[in-house]
Each structure stands twice: as structure tokens, then as C-alpha cells.
Ligand binder design. Sequence first.
Ligand code: GLC
Length: 756
Amino acid sequence: MRIYTYLAFVCLLLLSSCAKQNDSGSKEDQFVNDLMAKMTLQEKIGQMNQRTSQWEMTGPAPDKENTQNLQEEIKNGRVGSMLNVKGAKATYEAQKLAVENSRLGIPMLFAYDVIHGYKTMFPIPLAEASSWDTDMLKLSAQVAAKEASASGLHWVFAPMMDVGRDARWGRVMEGCGEDPYLASIFSVARVRGFQGADLSKDYTVAACAKHFAAYAFSESGRDYNTVDIGTYTLHNIVLPPFKAVAESGVATFMNSFNLINGSPASTNAYLQRDLLKGDWGFDGFVVSDWGSIEEVAYHGGAKDLKQAGELCINAGSDMDMENDAYLPYLEELVNEGKVAESLIDDAVRRILKIKYKLGLFDDPYRYSNIEREKELVYNKENRAAAREVAKRSMVLLKNENQLLPISKNVKSLAVIGPLADSKDIPLGSWRAQAITNSAVSLLEGITNALPKTKINYAKGCDLTIGERNFRVELTYGKNNQSGFSKAIKAAKQSEVVVLAIGEDCFQTGEGRSQTDIRLKGDQMALFNAVYKVNKNIVVVLMNGRPVAIPELAEKAPAILETWFAGSEAGNAIADVLFGDYNPSGKLTMSFPRNVGQCPIYYNHMSTGRSLSSGNVFWSHYTDSPNTPLYPFGYGLSYTKFKYSTPILNKTSIGKAESIELSVNVSNAGNLEGEEVIQVYIQDPAAKYVRPVKELKAYKKVKLAVGEQQTVKFELSKKDLGYYSPDGEFLLESGTFHIFVGTDSQNVQKVSFTVKD
Ligand code: GLC
């Protein structure tokens, strides 16, 4: 009898929580509808207007007189949101202007680019993705949300989820790499980290899925360039991460600067209305990217700003970032019958609902709390989290004769290179409120780890000289080997050399495309000079994009990819160099041998001539192999993992069934380690040609020395199917191959059949 009572109780609980849920749902709708009923058309349009503060320009700076009347606009309820206002005090002051002066006192939304941390810098997103650890990505976003929300912010312009294949494009550092499946699950993890389970909590913030869509396909890797891709690539490569986060409840989207099938993304109704707000059921709002409304005219898609605004609101761009396109023209356009007022109502309702969810109507100042800011921002706990994420993001690219890990009993160690003592470059370029020169440098990290070792430091050469920040062009030091002699001396006096080279953090990020992705300046000359006197060189790479390092790959006995590892970079790198952490990262973006191979990615098509035919008439270069220097999914460990032959539980399945793959993985080395077991599929004969490999599952497992685990994967229609060019999800019958292994090339193949 007791069980029935218990069940009844549970049912009651469920019913009441649903009722509450519905109740809170209708409470929200009720509040928003009541508020909108009081609003004039101008006040509604004001909610769709986002302005930047003068504190920081993340786009072309607005002209001066436009900013003088900003305070008046805020007081008149004509600014629904601001970006780049930071700190509890500044946001409090700005919020007071709106709440205490405008007729309805509607609070503003404060947004900021918190891309990999607010003040405590985490590794750049491409680095975090290399951890293949969704818990780490979620943790990073949670800490960023805690710091941002304690500093008066409600909304972050992250995660960026543009699938990137071209290392020439500087913004690959912001994404998850070249695979749509990883970009999907990693972006969902980041959204969950930012938004938590309840946006009304004062330690969560609204996230923003960007850039919608296909921005990373900018031709020749040149930022803001034309994009011209087919809908097959759009549906199978570009859109999956956006669909995943829309379905997981991301609060907002940001559109992108580029064309999609001939029309600027911000005027693309198919993307923003049919797909996003229609098929995918997205109930948040879309903000334009900085100036992307006005740029519709520059693209040649509108005759002027007014017409650009008309096209954008009709296509589903709800909020105007810093373009002043909606405020002056929307009422006119409604009166001219070119824009339906219902579209404005829909946009405003979406915006007000996010403000309601954030609790801003209960207390507009709840995030602007100076005490919380002091307690929660840039504290020890946050920096410890940054170190954890950083060490898991590093990728061991080479380790000949087990040069790594270096023993902590090493008597003398040379630390050389232009990045070795940099406390700024590890912070990355999208650094929000990071304190300049606040990172733990590699030299500091090594010194902390080896108190008894003789450390011989030499910079060797400059990487950049003169001014450097996220807006200015960089100048590189070159043909200046004056520092080489000190570096050579340090190398001669040391058992092992750690050489820190790579990129300045401002070489990647927005507006930082390059036609040459080799190491700049005198860095390779420095490597060769040191290599001549001491072959025991561990190269520590710090970079934001895949770099072309064929000579290093050939000569250096050990290479550790550390990316821009954030506030705790030096300590995290030392954790790996001296074996306190066995590196477990795997590349999520292929490393080209040279820029001529870009774009290069693992999930490419076979082509009709993929095999050499004994003459030149096949798909290849006459001066380079087709394969990357390091493939997608690649990364070594200090230990060795062994795989058994994979086994399938069936030889064929129906379309509604699933198939199970199992494989035994063992640690055959002498150190505990983590392995990322990857599962790829191929449909070798399909109605629309499919890639030679598609990642569909992976598991990261920790194995003690000698331990073996049987790892199982289940694949079903959602994993085996794909999209037709018009977006229909298909699963076709026929043979399928599954590849399982340690990276996209080092795999074992098994096959099965999908029956009709
Ligand atoms: C920039 C970027 C976008 C950023 C926005 C606001 O131009 O494209 O990613 O969130 O403007 O700073």
C-alpha cells in the first residue's frame, strides 16, 4: 500500500510543479503583455536599440555627436540595452538613468564580450575545445558568468560556434574548431555554464549564440569577406551547433556580417524566421552584430540605412547593435506600411521576456553589487579553476625519446624565447577585463615548480615591437639577432631547453586574418641557433590558430601546444612539463603543413580522383602531401594506449534501430593518463555525397597503469543520418563504415548495413 501512497505523492508534486511552471510561464507573459499595453510605439522601438558605452569600442567607433545625446536617449527610454558598460558601479549609474527617468522605468540589459573569462582569463575557446571535456567548458563559462554577473552584466556575447576550417581566419581562436558535432556539444555545455538552470539567479547570465551564420567561411580566410557556400554545407556543417543551442534554451542569437546565398545574414528571413524562430522554436531574441544592419547597404543589399533597417526587422533581427537604424526609422516604416507593428511587438516581447527572466523587473540593480564584485571577481578559486581547464587544454604534438615529462630533479634548465616571460600574451585577445600583464608567465610557472633548479633565462628575440592591443596593426621584430648570443649561452649551460615561441595574442581574433601562418620574425632562426648547441629542446607553442611548423615538427624532439592558456598559463604549462599532469588534449582543428593547404579539414569529401594513378591526373599538389601536419583529433600522451579490435553487436540494423560498438582500451605505459576514444562514420554511397569521415561520438576515459576498460558506443538514426541540401534529415539504407581510434587517421574500421 505504501508504494501507492508514495507514487501518489510524487504525482502530486509533479503536478504542482508543472502548475507552478505554467503559472510562472503565464505570470511572465501576463507581466510582459501588461507592460507592452502601456508602451508607445517609440518606447517599444527604444527597447530594440542597443548602444555602446565610450569605455571600449569593439567595432568602428561611433561619431562624436551621436554619443553626446546618449544620456538623454537613456532617460527617454530609447535605449533598451548597452554593451561595454562594465563594473557594478558603472552599470548601477547607467541603470539609474533609465529606471529613474524614463516614463515606464524599464531597466536596460548590459552586455559584454566575455569570450573566455571576465577578469580571470581562461584558455581561448579553441584551446578549451582541445580538452574534449564538456565539464571543463561548462566550468569555464560558470566562472565567467559568476564574475560578469557580479560586475553588473546580464548578457554575454558568447559562445561563438562558427565551425572554422581556415587557419588564415583570425577568429578560429574563438570557436571549437572544424567539427560540427563537437561545436554542438561544446556550445551546449558553454550555454549551460553561462545560463545555469535559472536565469534569475544572480550568478548566471544570458548567453548568445553567434555568429548566425557561416561567418567562418569567409573566402580565403579574410575576415568580413564574402561567403558563398551551398545549402548542403550550411545544413550539415554550419547550422548543427546553432540548432543544438536553440533547442537547449540559449537566450539570444547574434547574426553575422556575411552574405548567405546572396543576402546579408541580418536580412535572411529563412535563417532567422523560418528556421530559428519557426522550425527550431527559438523564443529568445536576435541582436545584430556591430553595424551589420548598416552594412547591408555597404554589401549592396539596400539603398540606405532606412531600407536596411526595414529589411532587417522584417527578416527577424530584433535588436540593433550600435547602428541607430531602428530608432529613427521604424515608426516611419510602420506608418508607410513597410513594417508591420506586430513584428515590432514580437521583437519587444522577446526582449522584455529575457529581462523578466533575469529578474530585472524585480530589482534592476541586483547585478550591480559592489560587495559581491569585490568578493567574487578574480579570486583564488577562479584562478585555480583556470589552471585546471588550461592544463587539460594542452596538446602534446611530439615527444621523441620521452624527453617529456622533464624530471623535477633537473639541475639546470634554459627558458628561452620571446614568449617565455610574457605575462600578457597568454591572456589572449578577447580579454574582457583582464588586467594587462597579469598572467603567470611560463618563466614564473617553471620557477615556481623547480625551486632548486638553476634556471637560465634569455629572451632571444622580440616577437612584436611597439604598440600592441586588440585594435592596432602589429609590428614584428625581424633580422635582429642581438639577443641570440645570450640565448645560446643559456642553452649551452643547461641540460634541457624550454623554448617558448608562437604568436602574439593580437595576431588572432577579430580583424586578424593572415596570408602566412608560419612563425613570424626571428623565431625560427632562434630555434635553429639554440638547436645547434643543445638538441634537448622542448618547444612550448603559444598561438591562437593552427600554425605552419613543418621544420619544428621535423627537428624539435618535443612540442607542446599550449595555445593562449589564460591567467594561470605558466603554472598550468609547468604542471604538464614536469609530469604533474599527463597531457590529454586532442586537436579540434587540423594543422596545415603550409598555408597553401588552407582550408584543410578531416571531414572532407573523397573527390572523384582521391587516389594516385601513376601520373599527375589525381587530386593532389605537386609540392606538398594532401595530409595535414597534425590531423584532427590528434594528441599524444606520456603513456601508451592500446586498442583491441572493435566489435559490433549486429551486422545490420533497420532505420529505427541502433548499433553498438565496443572496444577494449588499455594503458600499456607507465603513467596514468586520459584517452579520447573517437568514433567516426562513413556512408560510402549516398544520395548526396558524404564526407570520408564524420565524428559522431567520443569518450574521454582515465586509465591507471595496466588498467583496461571496455568502452561502448551506441549509434542510431540521429548519428547516422544527414541533411539534404533543402534541410530534410535523411537516413539511407546501405553499407556504413565505423572508424574507432585515437585520432581521425589512426583508426580501425568495421562495417555494417542499414536495411530499408
Ligand atoms: C564584434 C564581433 C562580435 C562582438 C560584437 C560586440 O564586431 O563580431 O563577435 O560580440 O562586435 O563587441
